[in-house]
Design a protein around this ligand. Structure first.
Ligand SMILES: [Zn+2]
Ligand SMILES: [Zn+2]
Length: 139
């Protein structure tokens, strides 16, 4: 059994642990991720829901449903974006890698929804860049 990977929001009222193995890690450049985080892109990982344990502050998680079945979950106190669930990926939870404090069990391996990337941040890390979700490679 591997050690859990710990994370928390900025104010530390919400703490959580994910149990490896995670399922993927990539940088998402879609407009939804950018706007909900106020960032050029968002780095995500995911696990089956049973591998996420909220160890503190579960009652403080605020859900925003951006379209039917797509929920973004933030700390209602400090507003940090922590998790996302989508209807097509039922039973899976996405976690913002930036909210982790322990090292993830994998490195980011791709850029997804790269067709929506901003032109004011230059990506030159050599990782594959995909249109939409890891199907149609652009570089
Ligand atoms: Zn917080
Ligand atoms: Zn996205």
């Amino acid at each position: 059994m591997e050690n859990p990977i710990r994370g928390h929001c900025h104010c530390q009222k919400i703490k959580f642990e994910i149990t490896p193995p995670t399922e993927f890690c990539s940088h998402c450049h879609c407009e939804s991720c950018r706007r909900t985080h106020g960032a050029a892109f968002v780095t995500w990982t995911s696990v089956p829901e049973a591998q996420l344990r909220i160890t503190q502050g579960k009652e403080l998680i605020k859900k925003y449903e951006s379209s039917p079945g797509i929920f973004w979950m933030n700390c209602s106190h400090c507003m940090s974006p922590l998790f996302q669930t989508t209807h097509p990926a039922k039973g899976r939870i996405y976690i913002t890698v930036a909210s982790l404090i322990d090292k993830l069990d994998r490195e980011p391996d791709s850029h997804v929804s790269f067709e929506e990337h901003v032109d004011w941040f230059k990506v030159n890390d050599g990782l594959p860049q995909y249109r939409d979700k890891a199907s149609d490679r652009m570089n």
